[in-house]
Design a protein around this ligand. Structure first.
Ligand code: GLU
Length: 322
């Protein structure tokens, strides 16, 4: 149930994760598994996993931390990073960087703001990002998968075709967002093509352990640490990593971003698959997953677990352990 690897003493972190694992159990039943994507509704709800990866290479995990789950909106983070690497600041001509304070799939602001989405993490913004990448990559789905396979060191990482198809068949709202932005001249490619890419992207599956590893570059000034004797890779410029973290803190949890910042105080990205990834710059990453969501589409147990982790003092512990 609990596993840890690494050179540093992880006893305190292991005990903390075990405690959190016990504390979340009574919370099952308080949320609801996402069902607007029919295939997601079939995911068994009573699952919980959590993984911590430290910049020194230490990892520690508990529960279902090695079970792959649907990343959904968490993939918006990787697509956004890829777009930043590809087009740089030109990205900001087509998408803003302010919290929306509205639901992840809201259409309301798009009309008054002339088809420019508030940020890259709401659906409208993520669709623009995928549109930008669709222009640059002939096979965006595989380009993104290639980057994620590198970051996780897992050549078998892939998307779940059944979930991608289920979302694509029910993507009426996202299609409407794309066409609405096209009416303002802020969409280049055919919405159908971009939605194909977007739904595959969202259906990518990873475990908590993999997600913590894949986001390590954001905790480490853009440098993905080397593993198994391999050298590290500067995946993103340090300055850009700082900016991505800022955006995660202000916009990473939909219309609950302020609440997350207050309760947890770390840059996060959540997804309706029930995953949340949190970045502690200079220290490490935490990935947590549990499928039951609150009314704003964030994992009930996941948010609680992250709040408990910061309350129990993992940051201080990391400093004194290091
Ligand atoms: N694929 C989902 C959608 O577009 C992602 C939403 C989410 O995770 O917030 O509706």
């Amino acid at each position: 149930m609990l596993s840890a690897q690494g050179s540093m003493s992880t006893r305190t972190l292991e005990a903390t994760l075990a405690q959190i694992h016990a504390e979340v159990q009574p919370l099952f039943g308080r949320g609801k598994v996402a069902d607007y994507i029919p295939a997601l509704a079939q995911v068994p709800s009573q699952q919980f996993g959590m993984a911590v990866a430290l910049v020194d290479g230490t990892t520690c995990s508990v529960g279902d931390a090695h079970v792959p789950f649907s990343l959904q909106s968490i993939t918006k983070l990787f697509a956004f990073v890829m777009a930043l690497k590809t087009v740089g600041d030109a990205l900001w001509l087509r998408v803003g960087r302010e919290p929306s304070g509205a639901a992840f799939n809201s259409m309301v602001q798009l009309e008054t703001e002339h088809g420019i989405p508030r940020n890259p993490f709401i659906n409208a913004g993520a669709l623009v990002v995928t549109d930008i990448l669709t222009t640059r990559y002939a096979h965006l789905d595989y380009a993104l998968l290639g980057a994620l396979r590198r970051l996780t060191d897992d050549p078998d990482l892939t998307w779940n075709m059944r979930i991608a198809k289920s979302e694509r068949e029910n993507a009426h709202r996202n299609m409407a967002l794309a066409y609405f932005m096209k009416s303002y001249g802020n969409f280049v490619n055919p919405p159908e093509l971009v939605l194909d890419n977007y739904c595959r992207q969202c259906a990518t599956e990873m475990s908590c352990a993999q997600l913590a590893q894949a986001t390590m570059f954001l905790a480490n000034d853009g440098l993905d640490i080397g593993r198994n004797g391999a050298p590290g890779e500067q995946f993103l410029a340090a300055d850009e990593a700082r900016r991505v973290n800022a955006l995660m803190l202000t916009c990473g949890a939909y219309d609950a971003a302020g609440d997350f910042a207050y309760r947890i105080g770390l840059p996060v990205k959540t997804g309706v698959g029930g995953g949340i990834v949190a970045i502690a710059p200079g220290r490490g990453t935490v990935a947590v997953w549990s499928p039951e969501l609150d009314a704003k589409g964030n994992s009930v147990l996941g948010a609680f677990a992250l709040e408990r982790l910061v309350q129990l003092g993992w940051s201080a512990r990391l400093k004194s352990d290091a």
